[in-house]
Each structure stands twice: as structure tokens, then as C-alpha cells.
Design a binder for this molecule. Structure first.
Ligand code: KIV
Length: 299
């Protein structure tokens, strides 16, 4: 792929998306568009489509590496995917996702991991999950010079402790806990937050307390922007359909059709055709035949 056609919305005076741009969008009420990407071609397509923020989520674990959930993915695995995405992006903000076990133990561990995402994968910012001790880690990373996006509500890295992959904040007490986590991360200096899987009515109340951009996934329409996992929105895993994941394409169907058509063309010898085949001058073929004949008759 050399140069992709740009989506019309991508052409409107695009400049590198940074923290200030997100704050401006929030102030102007312009929805922020965030999507995940895990490889170079997807990054180039996200860029061409004009998205504002690209997250190389730890959801790469289950979407492209075949793990059952996000817990096993390692820093090294994510760094390799993130660096590939970096090479495909220039305008959108690139968010690196700190995987489970790479930041919780201490401020020093959190800073060291965040620095690796910036230095080795070229991330603009990093994201971590949860309130509580995570807010302390976020504060340490921000102080060490790396902007941090927080993530509250359903936090997949600790889903077991939350009772599984289910909406959070569905009682007043649990919703207050989500608010406390969000406020702790905001106070810690996070420049933005992700709200995942919380009732829209709770989001409405929480948004009144937020001073930084909030990007929602399954958190209703009141947030400053929306994020979806690329494979969910493109319909790449048709068997997986969480409530909040609207499908905007059927890439699984199209891939199945394309690979099936290729297999059929090979089996019927319709492929490769003359247009896929290299030519050689008849004179060269004649000389080759002579050389082969000489070789075999002199043996
Ligand atoms: O890893 C991920 O894809 C995420 C999004 C759901 C925000 O954290």
C-alpha cells in the first residue's frame, strides 16, 4: 500500500493531535474519535480515515495473539505491535497500553515501563487501568514526563476481581466507586480517561465532575468521545459481539469470500493468469533449451 485515499473528514486541516487539541475538542463539544490498531496497515487506514487517537490496546492479546483475555500479553509483545503502528501514523495521538503486571508493583516499575513505550515504540502517551494504587502510579508516570490516560469502570485486566466482564457502577455504591477512581486519576494528573461499560445515567452524573476529556466505550453518549476495538467495529470476529460494540463493516465475511475465491481459483487453475506471470523472450527460452540439452547429452 503506497498512499491511501484520505477520508474527506481527514482532510480538514489536520495537525498532530496532542493534549491541547483534545482539550480544545472537549471545550468545543467536538466528539473525539479513538480506535484500537495493532499493526501497520491498520494504523495507515486509521490515519487515512481521520481518527484522532489510536490505542494499541492490550486487547491485542485476544484480538490478534489468540490469548483468552488481556492478562497474559507481555510488554515486549505490545512494544513490537506498538512500534509497527507508530510507523503507520503521523497525525493521530498514539496511546501505548501498559499491560497487566507492568506497572502495579511500584512507581519505579511504572515509570520504567512507561519510558519503554515512549523510547522503544514512539508512544505519545500511555494508558493504565484502575483507580486506587493505579492513581499513584499515574501520578509518578506524569511526574516522570509521560502523559497518562486513565481507564475506569470495567477494567479488563482485573475483570475477575470485578465479577467478570460485565457493566460496572450499577448500584449507587459501585457507581460512587467509579467516580472516586475517576477523580483520583484526574487529580493524579491524567490528561484523559476511558470510561468502560458503565450505565449512561451514571456517566451523565460523572461527566459533571470531569475536567479532562473522557472517551467512552459502552458508557453512553455523554462522554467527550468514543473508542471501539477495531476488530469489533469491523466485524472481524463475528462470534464476539459485546453489547457496546456496534459493527460498521463485515470484514470477516469479505476475508472469507476473498480467501475462498483464491482457493477456488487455484484449484480450478484459473489463477495465476497471464497477467500474473513473468515473461521471457522466446530467444532466451531457445538458448536455455540448448544449454539443458547439452548438459544432459554430455553426461
Ligand atoms: O485494550 C483496549 O482495547 C482498551 C479499550 C477497550 C479502551 O483498553
Amino acid at each position: 500500500m503506497s498512499s491511501l485515499p484520505r477520508h474527506p473528514q481527514a482532510d480538514a486541516a489536520r495537525r498532530k493531535v496532542g493534549l491541547t487539541k483534545l482539550q480544545e475538542m472537549r471545550a468545543l463539544g467536538e466528539p473525539i474519535v479513538m480506535v484500537t490498531a495493532y499493526d501497520h496497515p491498520s494504523a495507515k487506514i486509521a490515519e487515512a480515515a481521520g481518527v484522532d487517537v489510536v490505542l494499541v490496546g492490550d486487547s491485542a492479546a485476544n484480538n490478534v495473539l489468540g490469548y483468552a483475555d488481556t492478562v497474559p500479553i507481555t510488554v515486549d509483545e505490545l512494544l513490537m505491535l506498538t512500534a509497527a503502528v507508530r510507523r503507520g501514523l503521523s497525525t493521530p495521538m498514539l496511546v501505548g497500553d501498559l499491560p497487566f503486571g507492568s506497572y502495579e508493583a511500584s512507581d519505579a516499575q511504572a515509570i520504567a515501563t512507561a519510558h519503554r513505550f515512549v523510547k522503544e515504540a514512539g508512544c505519545d502517551v500511555v494508558k493504565l487501568e484502575g483507580g486506587g494504587a493505579s492513581a499513584d502510579r499515574a501520578r509518578a508516570i506524569v511526574r516522570a514526563g509521560v502523559p497518562v490516560m486513565g481507564h475506569v469502570g470495567l477494567t479488563p485486566q482485573t475483570a475477575t476481581a470485578l465479577g467478570g466482564y460485565r457493566a460496572q457502577g450499577r448500584t449507587a455504591e459501585r457507581a460512587k466507586q467509579v467516580l472516586d477512581d475517576a477523580l483520583a486519576l484526574q487529580d493524579a494528573g491524567c490528561f484523559a480517561l476511558v470510561f468502560e461499560a458503565i450505565p449512561a445515567g451514571v456517566t451523565d452524573l460523572l461527566m459533571a465532575r470531569m475536567e479532562i476529556p473522557v472517551i467512552g466505550i459502552g458508557a453512553g453518549p455523554a462522554t467527550d468521545g468514543q473508542v471501539l476495538v477495531l476488530h469489533d467495529l469491523l466485524g472481524i470476529h463475528p462470534e464476539f459481539k459485546p453489547k457496546f460494540a456496534a459493527r460498521f463493516a463485515n470484514v470477516h465475511g469479505e476475508m472469507l469470500r476473498g480467501i475462498g475465491a483464491y482457493a477456488e481459483a487455484v484449484r480450478t487453475r484459473a489463477f495465476p493468469g497471464p497477467e500474473h506471470t513473468y515473461g521471457i523472450a522466446p530467444e532466451e527460452i531457445r538458448r536455455l533449451e540448448e544449454q539443458i540439452n547439452t548438459t544432459f547429452t554430455t553426461r
